[in-house]
Design a binder for this molecule. Structure first.
Ligand code: TRP
Length: 447
């Protein structure tokens, strides 16, 4: 087919960094620490790790394999693995595409706030105090302006395509991100009060375990690994046939989970350092006071106590978060763009502008109806669409796709695969165990 000329990641490392770049984002640095802090610390951490290993990792392999086999956009890849039921695949691809679009439309708003918190201290430093205060206070105009500041670079990177855009940026930015993180963790652990946060993060208190916690941990694992809305499928379609998918997926999952763990190592102690310095974190009853804005209140408070150095550390931290969010946003935009370039035979340039434009309009609608729409879009896309679609992808891979075809696809990158314990377990696991586990998690919460 015409697909032989299809773009590819130019190196294995490039792919891993790009896929990890997609996975690592607001979910790790904002979602995970916030959830951990409000769900009792270590228990959430352990259930989350379990969910990544038991559910998310096997499904990540499924998504990557479907994408690479299809060597096309998700709509086509999914219909290619749907056996006689091509319409099911096409429908799932389309719903996934809409899911990715929905996630991007709220993601850019939150990422925009990061841009605001990054620039604001610099403005304050140079005397533009009014502008700095405006950037840190909630308003529709500010949300719109900052969303645009984030959306335009996202569109520009995706416009440049795979090797030049997504891969080049991810492989440059990811190591910087990692380094900045390690420096900040070392710094915070030497501050007074940090040990209390560290204890809460690492020593489990089983009384916090509840069905709701398990559902949240599952959702967090899916969100963090970018599963369920065809993002990893699209990236898989650009993956070279000689790459070993189970191994690559493990590396991506480890990097992502590692960064989430390190983010917890930074933010949990930072909360208690802030508390030590007089910022109220937990209410008398022990509930987190500002759960959604934890990162936006605790950290600037911490930076403030550092004097001038805090301005630069704060700038570096928010820069790091913007970078991480950018490499995630480009993966979300790539899903509809890949579909449009192949299905409508459009140039990437053209597809990126009209799709990016539509998503910008959707974000603007959310900005102007924030109270009604923001939470709704987040819930519908991440709590329902992602796990349910992830489950349906598993069912397609497990029940409609021929086992031999899957093996043929996987052995290209690891010739011995048919003999390994991985192959003895994974197909049946995705076919039966994953769906049952997921139903158990939802079921336990409902009853
Ligand atoms: N995983 C990213 C994060 O942790 C966000 C993201 C990128 C995403 N692509 C996705 C989330 C697809 C869900 C689905 O911030």
């Amino acid at each position: 087919m015409a697909n032989t000329q299809r773009a590819q990641f130019s190196s294995r490392l490039g792919f891993i960094l790009a896929a990890a770049g997609s996975a690592i984002g607001l979910g790790n640095i904002w979602g995970f620490p916030t959830q951990t802090a409000s769900n009792g610390g270590a228990v959430f951490l352990f259930i989350y790790l379990l969910m990544v290993f038991v559910l998310a990792y096997p499904l990540l392999i499924a998504e990557l394999t479907i994408g690479r086999y299809g060597n096309a956009n998700p709509v086509r890849s999914l219909s290619a693995v749907s056996g006689g039921q091509k319409w099911i695949g096409r429908l799932l691809g389309l719903v996934g595409l809409l899911g990715a679009t929905g996630i991007l439309s709220f993601y850019t708003i939150v990422a925009g706030w990061l841009v605001g918190y990054m620039v604001s201290p610099l403005l304050a430093l140079t005397g533009f105090t009014d502008a700095a205060a405006w950037l840190e206070s909630f308003s529709e105009t500010r949300n719109l302006a900052l969303m645009l500041c984030f959306m335009v670079p996202t569109i520009l990177v995706v416009r440049n395509g795979i090797a030049n855009g997504i891969e080049r940026w991810s492989s440059r930015l990811m190591p910087v991100l990692f380094l900045l993180f390690v420096i900040m963790v070392i710094y915070i652990l030497f501050q007074p009060g940090a040990m209390e946060g560290l204890k809460m993060y690492l020593i489990p208190d089983m009384s916090h375990l509840s069905p709701g916690l398990v559902v949240s941990a599952m959702g967090q694992a899916f969100f963090s690994l970018s599963l369920g809305v065809c993002v990893m499928m699209v990236y898989g379609s650009y993956l070279s046939k000689t790459a070993n998918i189970p191994k690559t997926a493990a590396q991506v999952a480890l990097l992502d989970t590692g960064i989430a763990f390190i983010a917890g190592l930074l933010i949990m102690p930072a909360m208690f350092v802030a508390q030590h310095n007089g910022v109220a974190i937990y209410s008398e009853a022990g509930a987190l006071l500002s759960s959604d804005t934890l990162v936006f209140s605790v950290l600037p408070a911490m930076f403030d106590t550092m004097g001038t150095a805090g301005i630069f550390i704060g700038f570096a931290f928010f820069l790091l978060m913007v970078i991480a969010a950018l490499t995630s946003a480009i993966s979300l935009l790539e899903v509809p763009v890949a579909c449009a370039t192949e299905e409508f035979r459009q140039s990437r340039e053209k597809a990126v502008w009209w799709i990016g434009g539509l998503i910008t309009i959707a974000s603007a609608v959310i900005v102007y109806n924030f109270g009604d729409l923001f939470g709704l879009v987040v819930t519908v896309t991440t709590e329902y669409a992602q796990p349910i679609l992830g489950l349906l992808f598993a069912l397609v891979a497990g029940w409609l796709w021929h086992r031999n075809e899957i093996l043929k696809e996987l052995v290209q990158g690891s010739p011995e695969l048919g003999e390994t314990w991985f192959w003895k377990i994974w197909p049946g696991y995705v076919r039966v165990i994953c769906p049952i586990l997921m139903l158990l998690v939802f079921g336990w919460d409902w009853i």
